[in-house]
Design a protein around this ligand. Structure first.
Ligand code: GN1
Ligand code: MG
Length: 411
């Protein structure tokens, strides 16, 4: 199958190895290494989830084009407190697509849609990277990308300042992404309708509850009850957020979707305007980049980046939302939108992490009840475990709600 797919591409040399990569719950991803050592990422779009994959690719190209229309300065990470002159130019890049032999951005093989991206050499592609490399601090901390949205600092769990640096950079990258595209009026397809819409996601869950097999229902009746008790909160907040307007947002604003360039690529000299040039931060996974509500994008990023465990933690006593990391994420994301974000959007950011944790709990639970058709699973009950974990996270966020409010309003 894969060799047939590869026949659509001209790499100039032979493909030496193909390695299946983990990470991501939806698409199927492989790393290709050519005989000369050059690498690419090959990916099959999951058509069960993205029913119109060509629209996904059209959106990708439109966003990429809108980005290229901007000057390098406009594409930089945005720091409100820094004067243009002393600004470190940390640049945002988007992945490069490799066209097929026929000049197409994707290929179709046995009715499946495939695409090839240039490989981005980054710390996360090595599996470990040190704080020294990421933020220049020589504290000895080592971070590992866990594959589910959390970076685990191996030295000083649960949280050290350097982890905050990465979380702030993540927030800043996604906030800057929204800022950069703010005046681009490009049309984009709604590749998944109501992708983030907590009240509709809850409704869909309760529909599945009606039709689910008895043995599955009996394993999660406590969870269904708890989620039902959140219905009013979800309804009120969804209505509040959706009174706002849509912007182009990434919609999967988590740490795993950021790649930090090798420190070696850093140019410490100044650019023509006398500013220091910095790292390249590549934002990947643009599949759900669409018009959507800012608070959902922020909430989803925060519930992922500020969680202290992986998404399928079974020991719920460990599940926690870090205030420290939230402070960092909010500073980055909201700070990057200084002068752009509206007051109502900012206020909604206070409740959005809890809201999206509940939404994701509902999505995981629905999929468990439906027989695991949407998210890929390694074992039968993984979606149930994930749902429990998200609900526990939402409960922990609830307890910290007042702190979140003070943090958001002080950015
Ligand atoms: C899916 O596959 P991945 O990790 O990029 C999902 C996100 C969820 C995430 C939870 C298209 O994203 O919305 O937050 O799993 N993407 C889609 O791990 O549904
Ligand atoms: Mg994604």
């Amino acid at each position: 199958m894969l060799s047939k797919v590869l026949m659509n591409y001209d790499f100039g040399e032979n493909v030496d190895t193909i390695e299946k990569l983990d990470g991501g719950n939806i698409n199927f991803t492989y790393a290709l290494t050519l005989t000369g050592g050059k690498k690419y990422i090959l990916q099959r779009i999951n058509e069960e989830v993205f029913r119109r994959p060509k629209e996904v690719m059209a959106n990708f190209l439109a966003v990429k084009r809108a980005f290229s229309d901007k000057s390098p300065e406009e594409r930089a990470l945005f720091y409100p407190e820094r004067e243009a002159k002393e600004k470190t130019l940390d640049k945002i890049a988007l992945p490069d697509i490799k066209l097929t032999k026929y000049g197409e951005p994707f290929s179709i093989s046995e009715s499946r849609v495939w695409r090839v991206f240039s490989f981005v050499k980054s710390h996360k592609n090595n599996p470990c990277f040190s704080a020294e490399k990421v933020c220049g601090k020589n504290c000895g901390a080592i971070f590992t990308g866990s594959g589910s949205g959390v970076l685990v600092c191996e030295r000083s769990m649960p949280c050290c300042p350097e982890k905050s640096v990465i979380t702030e950079l993540t927030g800043r990258a996604f906030g800057s992404f929204v800022r950069i595209l703010d005046d681009s009026r490009i049309p984009l397809y709604d590749v998944i309708e109501n992708f983030h819409c907590p009240k509709k996601r809850m409704k869909a869950l309760f529909e599945s509850v009606k039709n689910a097999p008895e043995d599955r229902i009996s394993k999660c009746s406590d969870l269904i009850k708890k989620l039902s008790s959140e219905a009013e909160f979800v309804e009120t907040m969804t209505n509040k957020i959706e009174r706002s307007f849509k912007r182009i947002v990434h919609n999967d604003a988590k740490t795993d979707n950021i790649l930090f360039s090798e420190r070696g690529e850093r140019v410490d000299s100044s650019d023509a305007c006398g500013r220091k040039t910095g790292n390249t931060v590549t934002i990947i996974d643009l599949d759900t980049t669409m018009y959507g509500y800012l608070a959902y994008d922020f909430g989803d990023g925060a519930r992922s980046a500020c969680s202290m465990t992986k998404e399928d933690e079974t020991d719920l006593s460990k599940v926690a939302f870090s205030r420290e990391l939230f402070k960092a994420y909010a500073k980055g994301y909201i700070g990057a939108l200084d002068g752009v974000i509206c007051q109502g959007e900012k206020e909604s950011c206070v409740y959005a992490p809890k809201l999206i944790a509940i939404e994701l709990a509902a999505r995981f639970l629905k999929d468990y009840l439906d027989g695991n058709k949407y998210f890929s699973v390694c074992y039968e009950e993984q979606n149930l475990v994930r749902a429990r974990c998200q609900l526990a996270l939402s409960e922990d966020i609830s307890e910290k709600q007042e702190d979140l409010k003070n943090i958001v309003l002080s950015v």
